[in-house]
Design a protein around this ligand. Structure first.
Ligand SMILES: [Mn+2]
Length: 383
């Protein structure tokens, strides 16, 4: 059996202020286009089961355009793959905090063959393909992640689908960044991938293998709080239960260009202008319609004003998004001895604080804690 595994569609996501000729936010249109491509490709691949592991929408109240487009695409999936079950769960982005708000995903229950699980932990029995899908949407995990997460012994295939962050040493090693906040944490040990045919995960936006049969499919487009962390291809997975392996199917997305970092130390405005221009002009095929970032460190504030802002505005107009991220020098100070002493970086301050702190929970590994905390501070600084 082949299982298509999609996750984190984030339909209705918007960013920047450009609109298409039809008046739709350009990034919203990009996200919709990525989903159309993924659906078309899924139909060609003819899997026996389609899973969507949460965050179908970017918000609990998506735009009418996004709702209509999602409905159209799930209808196409149902029409072109007759008899192929589609099972979806709600993620943190499409789970309202109050259950009386109602979940927009319920709408897709109107499409034949589509099963939607939004609140509770529920096993979906699919007789025709001898498969049970244990569904753990975001709200169910928040309530209690240990709730009956067990395979059904009467079923030939048992699939677990959940939307959240897998905790544990293997997962932490492989999930390099926080791409998304606000997810529930599920310990790897309470999943036990060896008990399942396949574990389909949603929430982490980079395609990631946690075990040969346990994957994050990753998002279809760059929709997280820090798109610069979302390097690599976007797409979805097809897991083959006989082979016990997953194939990644990339989906074309709008290009991002993260220009090489530049250190501005000792450079004048004219030299800086020249280096920025050289970096921008060196981009193969140019920056037009792309999302571009250039980080320049160690530039005094007064120098920023002297840069060639007319030219920068032209690049901003040419790219979809051009982020010139100019950062001031780190503050240095002298201490009494007369020897120049570097002021502690924020990372160092966090590390020294944590090394002196006595945790109430004896199970905390201090080195691991310090490592994680400094990585988060690093990441925030790159934002
Ligand atoms: Mn997400």
């Amino acid at each position: 059996m082949r299982i298509a595994h999609l996750a984190d569609l984030h339909l209705g996501f918007r960013a920047y202020h450009r609109v298409t000729p039809r008046g739709i936010n350009v990034r919203e249109a990009d996200v919709a286009e990525a989903f159309r491509r993924a659906v078309a490709r899924t139909c060609e691949l003819r899997p026996e089961l389609v899973l969507v592991a949460g965050d179908i929408f970017h918000s609990v109240r998506p735009s009418n355009t996004s709702i209509a487009e999602a409905f159209r695409q799930f209808s196409i999936l149902a029409e072109r793959l007759p008899g192929v079950p589609v099972v979806m769960i709600a993620g943190n982005h499409d789970s309202p905090r109050s259950s009386d708000t109602g979940n927009i995903l319920s709408l897709f229950r109107e499409i034949s063959g589509v099963t939607v699980v939004t609140e509770e932990c529920r096993s979906v029995r699919l007789e025709a393909i001898g498969t049970t899908v244990m569904c753990m949407p975001h709200n169910a995990l928040l309530a209690d992640h240990t709730a009956s997460m067990d395979p059904d012994p009467a079923s030939e295939h048992n699939v677990l689908m959940l939307h959240g962050t897998v905790g544990g040493s293997v997962a932490e090693q492989k999930m390099r960044y926080v791409t998304e906040y606000g997810g529930a944490v599920v310990p790897e040990t309470s999943i036990g991938p060896e008990r399942w045919t396949y574990v389909a995960l949603g929430h982490y936006h980079l395609v990631t293998e946690l075990a040969p049969n346990m994957w994050y499919a990753g998002a279809l487009e760059r929709t997280s709080t820090n798109i610069w962390m979302e390097t690599g291809d976007k797409g979805f997975l097809v897991y083959d239960t006989e082979q016990g392996s997953a194939d990644f199917h990339p989906v074309d997305t709008r290009a991002t260009v993260d220009l090489p970092r530049l250190n501005g130390h000792g450079l004048g405005a004219a030299e800086l202008d020249e280096r920025i221009r050289a970096a921008v002009e060196a981009v193969p095929d140019g920056i037009a319609a792309r999302m571009v970032r250039m980080v320049i460190t160690d530039v005094p504030r007064n120098l920023i004003r002297e840069l060639d802002h007319r030219r920068i505005r032209e690049w901003k107009a040419e790219a979809l998004h051009f982020h010139l991220d100019v950062r001031p020098p780190e503050v240095r100070r002298r201490v009494g001895s007369g020897a120049p002493m570097r002021r502690q970086t924020l990372q160092e301050q966090v590390a020294s604080y944590l090394r002196g702190w006595s945790p109430r929970n004896p199970g905390i590994e201090r080195d691991r804690l310090v490592e994680l905390a400094t990585a988060y501070v690093d990441q925030a600084g790159e934002g």
